[in-house]
Ligand binder design. Sequence first.
Ligand SMILES: [Zn+2]
Length: 158
Amino acid sequence: MKKYELKLYPDPVLREGSSPVTKVDGSTRHLIKKMSKITYQNQGIGLAAPQVGTLERVIIADIGEGLISMISPEILTGFGEDFLEEGCLSLPETVVNVERKQSVFVRYLDKNEKEKESELNGLTARVIQHEIDHLNGVLIIDHAALSERLNVISKLKI
Ligand SMILES: [Zn+2]
């Protein structure tokens, strides 16, 4: 069985794009289980597969209302704008103000390979947008204004 561990910035895997998953099987469910474990162990509220070194389009989130897992998620549309400070398990001690949509409609496959569509709002919508960014190699520091970005990067221990 593949071993999964949390990848920290500047690990190059965090900058890669992930491939869609069309076949959901035991290895996908195993990956979700491991990602959840790592998230809870680190008191996180979400994680994307590249953060455990796997370039597959799989994300999870739990803002305290139960675990959500999404396979090959796609944002169909979004509404409203909202600014809030975000952190990331792969960027310890880093917070960046990030603009996100307040609500998003997402299409994805569930753990049983069933296609679903959900409307997400507030913090859940924010976490899902953050995790989908990871699938495209995008990190919170990319959302920062230039002045803030230099400040944030200078503080990262690299
Ligand atoms: Zn993150």
